[in-house]
Design a protein around this ligand. Sequence first.
Ligand SMILES: [Zn+2]
Length: 141
Amino acid sequence: MRSWFFTVRKRVVRRRPPPRAFYLSQKAHARGVAHSLVVKYAPRYGVLPKRIAIRNTVSRWGSASSLGNINFSVRIVLLPPELQGYIVVHELCHLLEHNHSERFWALVAREVPKHRILRRRLREWERQNTKEDSAGKRYRE
Ligand SMILES: [Zn+2]
């Protein structure tokens, strides 16, 4: 009885893809999305990030360091393409302006003129999709 139970259970467990493998596949997908958008937009701003990292963050979509590295949440793969593009442009602009000043938003607007509408859409997406895993936390760009 006992051995039968374990055998069946093991078979069921083995049939499910391991969460780690799923995470790694999402991470590879996110890296592909981020890289192709950086290749598209970085030359338009004359910047070149030193390193692009994909992280398992829930509360932020991306970040940029003063060392010239940019990071994106693996969850970027869940977003529609125009929001992915906005997030990449946002972080690339932080390599030039490390703040959210008027100058920063003017830079963003050069490639994403409707960034205000997209930010509203992003907040809307967050409201609909992050109830159970964010526990009150809100994403930040
Ligand atoms: Zn920002």
